[in-house]
Write a protein that binds this ligand. Structure first.
Ligand code: G3P
Length: 220
């Protein structure tokens, strides 16, 4: 599996990368908005530098129609390089943009997936990653476990290389359910990871062991 951080905050990213086994970073315009003011490309470049060669970086396109998406893709390639994963919302224009970007040798993370059919179209259009929005689906009474497992079944059955990058989490139960439903990758806000690892049960258990360790070392 892979773990990505769903944030554009440089401090959160530095700490997250120091503490967790992080394979990549995902952003979207709404996440970036939280860290304004900044120079757009300078900020994205700083994140890409933190990612280095070993982690993937996923940047969302903001344009609405496929022609503008393609223009934006070219701008991102020029500023950040072609190894960035372009997040493309799976609309009708998005599917066309995925085909075009892949035809030009770009990398794509198909995003805003609420329905299996969007994932199917994105897989067949050549997307590298698919991002189902788990919590947002739950809010609309859509079963994200079904969507993820159906997409995983198709990928495995037909031998596609696309990976499922489950996103939009509000608790760790959603994260673990997504992984066991078949997500290859999850992207999680660092604050959510941190709160999960600060469970009072775990902290209390670890404290007892530290206390006992100190006694054992003192021999009394
Ligand atoms: O990576 C996509 C994700 O950030 C969407 O999450 O919290 O806006 O539903 P949210």
């Amino acid at each position: 599996m892979e773990l990505m951080l769903d944030t554009a905050n440089l401090e959160e990213l530095k700490t997250g990368m120091e503490f967790y086994p992080v394979d990549g970073v995902t952003t979207n315009p709404s996440i970036l908005k939280n860290d304004l003011p900044f120079d757009y490309y300078a900020h994205l470049k700083a994140i890409k530098e933190l990612c280095g060669d070993k982690r993937t970086f996923h940047v969302q396109l903001g344009a609405e129609n496929w022609q503008d998406m393609l223009e934006e893709a070219r701008e991102i390639w020029e500023k950040l390089g072609k190894d960035v994963y372009l997040k493309v919302p799976v609309t009708q224009d998005g599917v066309k943009a995925i085909k075009e970007i892949k035809g030009l040798g770009g990398r794509v993370t198909a995003t805003c997936i609420y329905h299996t059919i969007q994932g199917i179209m994105a897989i067949h259009a050549g997307a590298d990653y698919l991002a189902p929005y788990c919590n947002r689906m739950s809010d609309k009474d859509i079963d994200y476990i079904d969507v993820i497992s159906q997409l995983r079944e198709l990928i495995d059955r037909d031998g596609y290389e696309a990976k499922i990058l489950a996103a939009s989490f509000k608790n760790m139960t959603q994260v673990t359910q997504a992984i066991y439903a078949g997500a290859h990758t999850v992207t999680v806000q660092p604050a959510l990871l941190k709160s999960a690892l600060h469970s009072p049960l775990v902290t209390a258990a670890a404290e007892v062991f530290t206390k006992d360790y100190n006694r054992v070392r003192e021999g009394k």
